[in-house]
Design a protein around this ligand. Sequence first.
Ligand code: THU
Length: 130
Amino acid sequence: MDPKELYRKAVETMPKAYAPFSNFTVGAALLTRDGRVITGVNVENSSLGATICAERTAFVKAISEGERDFEAIAVCCNDGTAWPCGICRQFMLEFGEDLTVIAGPDEDNLTVTTLKELLPHGFRLEKGEL
Ligand code: THU
């Protein structure tokens, strides 16, 4: 799928964000390897640390629906460019460093990179190590 097309799906979902504290709304659109798009928004909480970012919302929705293979994620926000935060980078790494990450202030100014670029030498635990 074209990066612009995926980014548009992030833009479409962004109004569903629940961001009454920061007024910073974020939308994410996650593309699975078999072509499904799962969206997410940021959901804030009075206990601010309980807030979840749009990227993790999309991943949690997708994983809980049985998806495991992801190709790309597009992220937009209502003020400039939102690159995935450090927690989201680590969270997404669990499911593969080759994920394409698309971000930018609008569909004509997108940067397309990979999670590997955004989080080099990311932490991985061997499965069954604990
Ligand atoms: N946020 C996201 O949803 N994704 C990001 O990549 C950066 C930050 C949200 C969390 C919080 O609701 C607001 O943006 C301000 O940090």
